[in-house]
Ligand binder design. Structure first.
Ligand SMILES: NC(=O)c1ccc[n+]([C@@H]2O[C@H](COP(=O)([O-])OP(=O)(O)OC[C@H]3O[C@@H](n4cnc5c(N)ncnc54)[C@H](OP(=O)(O)O)[C@@H]3O)[C@@H](O)[C@H]2O)c1
Length: 305
């Protein structure tokens, strides 16, 4: 391995929140032996250049293989902005490896798509060419699931409680990946399932895959609804708090056939275990080579290494 043997592996953890996420800290310590994690919280955009300078200059360039940056926190937009600003601030040979996974959005979305791919392939089929609808798909997890599915050649639809939000979200992904995504309005919330618009969206789009990516405790699709769709093969739910996002799909279901329907269910805890292993794998990867910028697509590729 490159680098001075005396330099310890140090992970700089940046977050806009008032405390560092214990979840992320556990993952980091469990990923790499003898790792030192230095958390900086309450980070604002103006702080980034100085924090990065103080990260890249204390060590000789060849020793920077033992320095890395992980951006956590809950605010996904700010997390991504910090990532971009940090990457801009580094220059050869003063570059360290960096990853952003605010709110676990990249690793969770990857876990979800890895599981969907596994379920489709278990049926002897290919993901490419399938049709997937993502309920409450405008959030960080849903949008990233959409992105990864589009990259896999899946035809994607996204729902929102407001059509304008669905259209804006779709435009965001389409701008980068030049894919056509269909927006739908489905007003389901904690208090009321909007059966009519759910059924309309399902009828019109006729998906092979349903993903629910809304907040905890909201059921988006009842069994009496999904049961009527013959082309539906796989249902994946990101929410780990009951009641779950898809009636009949339990948080522990691991590409399991749901009640002799021929449809496979993927629960949040099974997505979560892929996510957790992947987060550790990514943290180990940060110390394999210096100067890597690990983005969603790289995280997804890492899941298959
Ligand atoms: N399995 C795991 O390991 C794991 C890890 C991380 C997160 N998660 C879970 O993944 C899910 C998605 O996370 P996220 O951060 O992307 O979600 P989010 O941003 O909180 O919500 C996703 C979308 O749901 C809609 N929404 C928000 N509040 C709502 C409400 N009260 N009623 C109905 N719809 C509402 C919003 O869309 P519109 O306003 O456009 O309707 C929002 O864009 C969550 O359940 C989270 O707990 C799972």
């Amino acid at each position: 391995m490159e680098g001075d043997e005396r330099t310890k592996k140090i992970l700089i953890y940046l977050s806009v929140e008032k405390y560092a996420s214990p979840f992320d800290l556990f993952q980091a310590y469990d990923a790499v032996d003898d790792l030192i994690v230095i958390p900086y919280t309450g980070v604002e955009m103006d702080d980034v250049p100085e924090l990065i300078n103080d990260t890249i200059f204390p060590r000789r360039p060849k020793d920077l293989i033992n320095t890395a940056i992980f951006i956590g926190g809950h605010d996904v937009v700010k997390g991504d902005e910090i990532m971009d600003s940090a990457v801009k601030q580094m220059f050869d040979p003063f570059k360290v490896s960096i990853v952003a996974d605010p709110d676990g959005s990249n690793t969770t979305a990857t876990g979800c798509v890895v599981k969907i791919k596994e379920a489709i392939e278990a049926k002897g089929e290919k993901l490419k060419g399938k049709r997937a609808i993502i309920f409450a798909g405008t959030g960080p997890v849903g949008l990233r699931v959409a992105t990864l599915l589009v990259r896999e050649g899946v035809k994607v639809a996204i729902t929102s409680r407001k059509i304008e939000r669905a259209i804006a979200a779709v435009a965001n992904v389409e701008k980068i990946y030049h894919a056509e995504i269909t927006p739908y309005e489905v007003k389901t919330d904690k208090y009321k399932i909007d059966y009519e618009s759910t059924i309309n969206a399902l009828r019109e789009f006729n998906p092979n895959i349903i993903v629910t990516a809304g907040p905890p405790e909201i059921t988006y699709v009842k069994k009496e609804t999904w049961n009527h769709f013959n082309d539906l093969e796989v249902m994946a739910d990101a929410n780990a708090y009951p009641p779950y996002g898809i009636e009949g799909v339990d948080a522990n279901d691991d590409c399991k056939e749901i009640e002799n329907t021929g449809k496979l269910g993927i629960g949040a805890l099974r997505i979560g275990s892929v996510k957790n292993d992947l987060q550790k794998k990514i943290i180990r990867k940060l110390f394999e080579k210096k100067g890597m910028v690990i983005r969603l697509e790289d995280i997804y590729a890492t899941a298959f290494e």
